[in-house]
Design a binder for this molecule. Structure first.
Ligand code: DGJ
Length: 733
């Protein structure tokens, strides 16, 4: 049993392999947080629920009657703090009632413990069997209005995961308005933590930032309508001293692809509060009498063994219990994408020339990117018109797919369903289908407008039009792109007082549409994309097993992007390709070998005009493909170790994969800065079995796992810019 409730003490205890999570129903029915951290067995530590008779920290009415001035919601750690009563810290819930009041105070009503994992209607969430998961539902009720809040806890002991979600049900005769409905609150009893967040921009997503938290609020958020390039909906709190291998770490991953807020607050008693959920900015949701609002899931993870273990737990948990696609466990093809080779300027002959050459070298799929439909010869027109451009593809998508299949290759296409250009038949026919406020000229971004995904007719059109293309040919892969953020968010479908629902309805509509596609076409591998990695979140991962990591394909920049991404997402989710040198985004030249080494720490593929390669380069491509295939299982399903932090170490970057049985490993190194008369470089491996004997093929070294981990591996002293090494480490049999 991983969930236990003791009636005498009114304590709930949730246990995972390494962690204990404890809550208690307080004297007057409030639900207090007691403890979250390293396992403490069956011990109950409600002595940590401490209050003080402090000025300006109010007491609830019952406490006032009993003159219990130490019972204050402003001091106690809480499970789901509400706005308007005594807790002045960041709240999770702000309900507006018909009389305009905004105070809610929740008390325990009932609870339920059951085997298995709860699901959320219309929202992505982790899943699994009754043997693996247990669920706790605690229902709270407002003291004055019949508004019920059910807190959901899913416990996955094996990976030290506790998921949270919330359902808010209106039992009043009148409607209520939610001005804030966050998904989780975790109150920790001290403030000696660093906050790790993953910030960025288009072409440089998920850069790691680590900072000590301090009094007041520190926020990580997005109000761009999507999870965004700028901040990722994933954050970590860890001990100041935590490293890859030791220290307490708490992860928070939002299973949602829209606006989000992750806010850390250190309060007056130096306790730390982390709240996470849908961003309250632009959010105002009406819940009619009898209806329920569901706040999306947050996946909390704990590790006492540092950041590496935390990440590996997320990787495994997401691979096994989040990704729905059969491709989570199925070998994915090595593809070549034509975007950087041709952009919009292609036709069937050009694509087939790339495919033929690529096939010779071992590539398994051709992906036809943007430009194959409507009047799409640049980014000014065509989005929304999901019918083939026969000037480029005379025999349609079917024709080119067949020709690619005849080469014994698979074929994939690019789509951007959520968008429309003004210069398109779709816009001319349905100008009201996109976000545009009738009284003003709105914002254009990449010359495109955003379709209102909350509208059923929009989703039906997209499903039919894009579905017709998918039905017309043998399509094995779809890249689902999204190239701008949301502005002028207003829906002609909703009355004025419900416009605060549009952002969330956009995400719900999008999820419904994507779900229809992935359910109808389970054989298709879907790859997410948003101008690179602008929608790289756990919500999207539920539907699509991989997402294009970044439009920045420069190998050296990618080291930073992939490093940051790896904290919260598995390598099998990171779309990563070898592109041309000099790189199109940075102008930097890196050796082809290095580009291959970096792209192998992802889904691996190519994105360049392979017909322009020299014979020598083509031979190297052949070798790379063989090498990637050889290590495929270790890379995609093994344990991932970050051996350096590229934000700190500018001399070299290193990372390592170890198979689950610890028999095989791939250790990759890239020299970031060559120096004259360089110091000797030794890198210590991780994750091997100390007493086993391993052989490193490239160095012809045979020794124990202990030697490789504690004495280290000598890195050859070669000259040149951005040299890279792959070391194949295998157990001797
Ligand atoms: C942005 C994507 O990230 C690129 O890979 C490419 O598909 C372009 N869009 C096409 O417009």
């Amino acid at each position: 049993m991983s969930i236990n409730y003791k009636e005498e003490t009114k304590i709930f205890t949730l246990e995972t392999r390494q962690a204990t999570y404890q809550m208690q129903i307080g004297k007057f029915g409030h639900l207090f947080h007691v403890y979250y951290g390293n396992k403490i067995g069956k011990a109950e530590v409600d002595y940590l629920v401490r209050g003080a008779d402090a000025g300006f920290s109010g007491n609830c009415y019952e406490a006032y009657l009993e003159d219990e001035r130490t019972y204050s919601l402003d001091e106690f750690k809480q499970e789901y703090p509400t706005f308007g009563s005594a807790d002045f810290r960041s709240s999770c819930l702000a309900v507006e009632y018909q009389n305009g009041s905004q105070t809610t105070e929740l008390r325990y009503k009932t609870h339920r413990i059951y085997k298995g994992k709860y699901a959320l209607q219309g929202l992505p969430a982790m899943w699994g069997s009754e043997e693996e998961w247990e669920t706790l539902e605690i229902t709270l009720l407002d003291a004055h209005y019949p508004v019920e809040v059910t807190l959901l806890y899913g416990v996955l002991p094996e990976y030290d995961i506790i998921t949270r979600a919330v359902k808010i049900t209106n039992h009043m005769n009148d409607k209520i308005i939610l001005n804030r409905a966050l998904s989780t609150c975790v109150d920790l009893q001290d403030h000696a933590y660093d906050l790790l967040s993953f910030y960025g921009k288009h072409n440089m997503e998920r850069s790691l930032m680590r900072r000590p938290i301090c009094h007041g609020k520190q926020a990580v958020d997005s109000v761009r309508g999507t999870s965004s390039h700028q901040q990722n909906p994933f954050a970590i709190l860890c001990d100041h001293t935590a490293t890859e291998d030791c220290g307490n770490c708490y992860g928070f991953s939002f299973v949602y692809s829209g606006n989000f807020l992750a806010e850390v607050e250190v309060d007056q008693y130096e306790q730390t509060r982390m709240v996470m959920g849908i961003h309250p900015t632009g959010f105002r949701y009406t819940v009619e009498s009898g209806d329920t609002f569901t706040a999306p899931e947050v996946v909390c993870a704990y590790s006492r063994d540092g950041l590496g273990t935390l990440s590996r737990n997320y990787h495994k948990a997401f691979r096994n219990h989040l990704v729905k696609s059969q491709f989570a466990k199925k070998r994915r093809p090595i593809l070549i994408n034509n975007w950087e080779a041709t952009t919009f300027d292609f036709n069937e002959d050009k694509l087939l020339a790339i495919a033929k050459e690529a096939k010779e070298l071992g590539v398994e799929m051709l992906v036809m990117d943007d430009g194959w439909f409507g009047k799409r010869n640049n980014d000014m027109s065509g989005l929304g018109d999901w019918f083939v451009n026969t000037k480029k593809l005379p025999q349609g998508v079917k024709g080119i797919a067949e020709k690619v299949n005849q080469l014994d290759m698979e074929f994939g296409i690019w789509v951007e369903p959520e968008m429309v250009n003004e210069d398109s038949d779709l816009y001319r026919t349905h100008p009201d289908w996109c976000f545009q406020i009738p009284t003003r000229k709105g914002v254009y971004s990449r010359a495109q407008l955003v379709l209102d995904m909350g509208r059923q007719e929009v989703r039906d059109y997209l499903f039919t039009a894009i579905g017709a293309v998918l039905d017309s040919a043998n399509i094995a892969y779809v890249k689902w792109d999204m190239n701008r953020h949301l502005t002028d968010v207003w829906s002609g479908n909703l009355p004025a007082e419900r416009q605060g629902e549009v952002y969330h309805r956009y995400v719900l509509g999008l999820y419904e549409l994507v779900d229809r596609f992935v359910t109808k076409y389970p054989q298709i591998l879907f790859e997410g994309c948003s101008g690179g990695g602008g929608r790289f979140d756990a919500g999207w991962l539920y539907y699509m097993p991989q997402s294009w990591c970044s439009d920045d394909t420069d190998a050296i920049e990618r080291i930073h992007i992939q490093h940051g991404t790896s904290f919260g997402y598995p390598v099998s989710a990171m779309g990563s390709h070898v592109s041309v040198a000099p790189n199109q985004q940075t102008g930097r030249f890196t050796p082809l070998h290095t580009r291959g080494v970096v792209a192998m720490a992802g889904t691996f593929g190519y994105e360049l005009d392979i017909t322009h390669m020299t014979n020598e380069e083509k031979e190297l491509v052949k070798e790379q493909i063989k090498e990637f295939k050889y290590h495929y299982d270790t890379i995609q399903y093994g344990d991932y170790y970050r051996l350096t932090n590229p934000e700190e170490n500018n001399r070299y970057a290193a990372w390592q994969f170890v198979s689950e049985d610890k028999k095989k490993s791939l250790l990759s190194v890239v020299i970031l800065h060559a120096t004259a008369n360089a110091a000797f470089l030794t890198i210590k491996a991780k994750g091997l079995q100390a007493e086993r004997v391993y052989h490193i093929a490239e160095l012809d070294i045979t020794t124990t796992g202990a030697a490789l981990m504690y004495a280290g591996i000598p890195i050859p002293r070669e000259k040149g810019d951005y040299i890279a090494f792959n070391f194949t480490i295998e157990e001797m049999v």
